[in-house]
Ligand binder design. Structure first.
Ligand code: ATP
Length: 221
């Protein structure tokens, strides 16, 4: 059975989630208070609704109870975002993901029961900052406040060395959890695995350790 989602707030962020979920064949209800936004998604989402999501009766009548996951992507109006989240959780929606504007907003969203709080602008800023440090850092994903995963091109400094030669775990406190080599992925590589210049390493660790690893083995590579 197709999974069902609702996206509330069809700005750039909510709109892009709605498009992608629909493109992947999911059933999406797209809701916005703005008529023009709603009409933009008429041919994209399975259902479109023009409504104010802070109106409890509207959400109740939509029968959102059967929806697997609701994404609240109302940005500027923090009050509307919080009230919508509260109503959705009171209606018994299992998973509610909410876009937060700032730390204060995030704190309250967590208190009122949001299941996931996301900060797309802040997170994208961090990813880009890491990419700017070195062209060899391909991606950066935050796991928690102080742990991350990075995807790096091995480059010249690591070329022809084994993981034991580099001893990344002892020297930097991080772990190479996988190596992408051409079309293959070597999961949990062995200590004697010889690194090739064009390999892509997936490295997990604390931000402090990853930062040392980036500076010494990746940057200016
Ligand atoms: P983005 O950066 O994703 O473009 P944003 O963070 O600037 O968006 P807004 O443009 O403030 O966020 O809001 C996103 C959408 O949410 C808008 O299309 C707006 O009409 C809609 N919206 C705001 N309040 C409500 C509400 N109470 N009910 C439904 N939709 C709402």
């Amino acid at each position: 059975m197709k999974k069902e989602f609702a996206v509330i707030g069809l700005g750039r962020f909510g709109g892009s989630i709605c498009r992608e979920l629909s493109r992947e064949g999911m059933q999406v209800i797209a809701l916005d208070i703005d008529e023009q936004k709603v009409s933009e998604y008429r041919d994209i989402a399975a259902h479109t609704v023009m409504a104010d999501s802070t109106d409890e009766n509207v959400l109740r009548e939509l029968g959102l109870r059967n929806i697997d996951h609701v994404i609240v992507a109302i940005g500027d109006n923090i009050q509307a975002s919080m009230l919508t989240t509260l109503i959705l959780k009171e209606l018994g929606i299992k998973t509610v993901t909410v876009k937060a504007q700032n730390d204060y907003h995030e704190k309250i969203l967590n208190r009122i029961g949001a299941d996931h709080v996301i900060h797309p602008e802040r997170d994208m800023g961090k990813r880009i900052a890491h990419h700017i440090i070195s062209n060899n850092i391909l991606d950066y994903i935050e796991l928690s406040d102080d742990h991350s995963v990075v995807e790096v091109k091995a480059g010249r400094k690591m070329k022809n060395q084994t993981l034991i030669d580099l001893d990344i775990r002892a020297n930097y406190g991080c772990n190479v959890v996988a190596i992408k080599r051409n079309k293959d992925v070597i999961v949990s590589p062995k200590a004697n695995e010889k690194i090739e210049e064009t390999d892509i390493l997936i490295v997990i660790g604390s931000d402090k350790d990853i930062s040392r690893f980036e500076k010494n083995l990746v940057a200016d590579n």
